[in-house]
Design a protein around this ligand. Sequence first.
Ligand code: HEC
Ligand code: HEC
Ligand code: HEC
Ligand code: HEC
Length: 256
Amino acid sequence: MHVLIRYRWLVILGLVLLFCSGIAQAVMQAHERLATSESPEDVSTNHYLGAGKCKVCHASDANGNAHKKWFDSQHRLAYSHLASAAAKELALKHGVADAQQSPKCLKCHVTAFGEPAERLSKSFKIVDGVQCESCHGPGENHFKKRLSAPTKEKESPGAGGSSESGGASPLSDEIILRPPVAQCLACHNSESPTFAGFCFKKALGEILHHDPRKARSKVELAQLSCSCGEKCTCQGMECGGWPETPASKGSSGTGN
Ligand code: HEC
Ligand code: HEC
Ligand code: HEC
Ligand code: HEC
């Protein structure tokens, strides 16, 4: 009798221990996920919305119509081009059956490739190819803030922004203004079967969609888009990076 009671307690104790270790494991896994995630946010916030959402506010000529500029660009067609005859030929060479299904091609031909599914909002469409958020990062925080406050007090009129991150921009807490050059190079590199070199400033000039209300000097405009010569220099600078702005040099974070 006594032996049986003691045995029952052992079973209960065992179950309790199992339960606790299960919780501990779940907590540790959650911590690991947070620690390895690139952004400080949880994946359940700041979703990728897709270009259709950006169109709501960025499709008027008065603010530069970024949406139209993107819509008319090759980036929008990057996914559909994977079904072209040329793509099929390339796919065959690379042992890929369907380029529109293969990570080997999708990794550079769509936005948010490799992000967990819960990071994509319902409005996000893979068929829209390389969208705004490939360069500007996930847009949900920005979307929500601009819905509740259409404009934001500008501390730094003009182009503003530090050279790489746009850190001095008043909106830098919600969206990336200037993607680092490395972000373009993540797709524009020799791993692309069609790669024929990448000159950042020339390519930048082809995709620029400036807001005409933002003042930019002629010099800066020239530096932001120039053709690259044989030695890959333009306006006396390397073609590879953002031009230095006063904001990127100083620590005050206010542009001119
Ligand atoms: C509800 C309206 C609204 C929506 C939707 C919206 N934006 Fe904006 N966005 C704004 C406003 C307002 C500004 C500030 C422009 C200004 O006043 O010069 C802005 C500015 C920006 C800037 C410049 C940031 C800076 O630091 O200067 C970028 C980049 C941008 N938006 C990208 C996006 C992208 C990408 C999307 C879609 C994911 C998007 N926006 C959706 C309203 C919106
Ligand atoms: C997510 C991957 C990705 C990122 C990030 C990216 N691109 Fe692209 N880009 C592509 C793909 C794919 C194409 C080819 C689209 C097509 O024709 O199907 C392309 C095409 C272009 C083109 C058209 C000319 C050409 O070579 O066919 C320009 C210009 C360009 N990109 C500039 C840029 C710049 C500048 C940046 C960074 C600010 C950038 N891209 C970031 C994937 C990317
Ligand atoms: C291939 C990369 C790329 C894509 C795709 C892209 N942008 Fe941009 N965008 C940029 C870069 C680079 C700048 C910064 C230019 C600068 O600082 O001179 C910029 C600037 C902006 C600005 C600020 C304009 C200004 O005058 O400072 C807005 C707003 C914007 N983008 C919205 C969008 C929207 C909306 C989409 C999609 C419909 C989009 N962008 C797609 C790279 C991109
Ligand atoms: C490392 C990124 C990357 C990978 C991986 C990649 N591409 Fe691309 N693709 C690009 C870029 C960037 C361009 C624009 C031209 C260039 O610089 O290569 C492009 C252009 C193309 C074009 C020309 C589009 C046009 O009609 O203007 C085709 C077709 C294409 N890719 C098919 C594929 C196929 C098929 C695969 C998979 C076997 C693939 N790509 C893998 C980045 C990539």
